[in-house]
Design a binder for this molecule. Structure first.
Ligand code: BGC
Length: 432
């Protein structure tokens, strides 16, 4: 590698505000924390801090089937879950469908119709349904949820503002499947609960649920007395969905601004657009285009990149994993120097995401004050294919966490629970 390339790439990224090394981590953490506090107080904040009425202390009944549904960024999944006496989950009757509203418009009717249709064949197993609905949703004390707005580019505008559980119950009744108790919960809450049930034997001090997939978000457990916007709650604690993808006080690079402006919902989910799988490739493409315009890449490379309409995170990651495999980047238009510089550029997009994800995870943990006793670490359960599949992302996030939390004497463990959204939806369906 020529020194020239590395130095030029660094200077270019610094000039445009995307330089993980010059990110003021403490300042971002401080504003993340103050947005958390404002959100809990019901003051204007880019962090919604949604109380979920889910507590983590309820025993999960054994050998009791519960229907689960998971509406994520791309797929709609249904199944039946039961836990053994030892707390081991078993998933049966599992089916996967495309998520309505992805890639094409769905009316409210289409949307709930599609949900009821996929649930109908499996719902007979139980009078209860745990529905992991991975979008910003205001939760009622009965655990229905009102969709606040869509994220992940879902096109079903009439669903916004509706109570998802109540609408679904109506549609289920219409197809002969009425009378179900439907519990709505976010995927971060489900992941947190999955971590609790998986790590049942370990006495953790506290629990955090994190998603780094198409979208990104965090949940943690907060003391009721600190949820100032809900005065009069009984003593205790409940899980809070931060909706951290909405965090709007993180310094953005020129590339983030350009990508955001080109998307359907500019000005929304700005943090998510810097860290999650739905957007990392898009940021990378803005970086590469600008690098070509500013002469960092050859004219032939610039011309080719100019024809790319988008860049999927997976394509960018395949390139980072092995730049010489067949794929988008295997084109004779790219010289060795182009490839070298593109690799340095794309790697920095991922490296910055790792720092920001670690801020996202560590700030709520620090806020709770838990984990100072090594006997009782904080349990951080992470789900999402972007986290586990993107080259080096997991190890970089954990390295940043060790710095941010370890330095404060906070002990933690990072858990992966297979099918966390389904397992957590089952826990909630059975216990809430
Ligand atoms: C949604 C969150 C969700 C996250 C991860 C975001 O786009 O707003 O509710 O938890 O994606 O799936």
């Amino acid at each position: 590698m020529t020194m020239g390339s590395a130095a030029q790439v660094k200077a270019f990224l610094r000039r445009h505000g995307l330089s993980p090394a010059s990110l003021d981590v403490a300042a971002v953490q401080a504003s993340f924390l103050s947005e958390m506090e404002a959100g809990l107080a019901g003051e204007p904040s880019s962090l919604a801090m949604i109380p979920t009425y889910v507590t983590i202390d309820r025993p999960v009944p054994a050998d009791t089937p519960v229907t689960v549904m998971d509406a994520g960024g791309t797929n709609l999944r249904v199944g039946t879950v039961r836990f053994s006496a030892a707390g081991v989950p078993e998933i049966t009757d599992f089916h996967k469908f495309p998520m309505p509203g992805v890639g094409k418009h769905a009316s409210k009717d289409d949307f709930f119709g599609a949900l009821a249709e996929v649930l109908r064949p499996v719902a007979a197993a139980s009078p209860r349904i745990g529905f992991c609905f991975s979008y910003p949703t205001q939760i009622t004390p009965e655990c229905d949820g009102k969709l606040l707005h869509w994220t992940k580019e879902i096109q079903a505008p009439d669903v916004v503002g509706t109570f998802v559980g109540a609408e679904l119950a109506k549609r289920l009744a219409a197809v002969g499947c009425g009378g179900k108790r439907i519990v709505i919960l976010n995927d971060t809450i489900a992941t947190l609960l999955a971590g609790k049930s998986f790590g049942g034997a370990r006495r953790y001090a506290n629990y955090t649920g994190v998603i780094v997939g198409t979208g990104s978000n965090t949940a943690y457990v907060e003391t009721n007395a600190r949820i100032a916007k809900l005065p009069g709650l009984p003593a205790g604690a409940m899980a809070i969905n931060l909706e951290s993808g909405g965090f709007a006080k993180c310094p953005r690079s020129d590339f983030d601004v350009m990508l955001d402006a080109a998307l359907a919902n500019p000005g929304r989910q700005m943090f998510e657009k810097m860290i999650s799988g739905g957007y990392l490739g898009g940021v990378g493409l803005q970086v590469l285009r600008t690098a070509a315009t500013e002469g960092l890449l050859s004219p032939a490379a610039g011309a080719l990149i100019g024809t790319w309409k988008d860049l999927a995170t997976k394509d960018m990651d395949d390139f980072l994993t092995n730049p010489f495999l067949p794929g988008l980047f295997a084109d004779p238009a790219f010289t060795e120097t182009d490839l070298e510089r593109m690799m340095l550029l794309c790697a920095e997009v991922v490296r910055r995401a790792a720092v920001l994800i670690a801020i996202n995870i560590s700030t709520p943990v620090i806020k709770t004050g838990s984990g100072k006793n090594p006997l009782h670490p904080v349990c951080i359960t992470v789900d999402g294919s972007t986290y586990y599949k993107t080259t080096n992302l997991k190890s970089m996030v954990e390295e940043n966490l060790r710095r941010l939390l370890g330095r404060r004497g906070i002990h933690f463990e990072v858990l992966k629970v297979d099918e966390a959204p389904l397992i957590g939806a089952a826990v909630a369906g059975l216990t809430v």
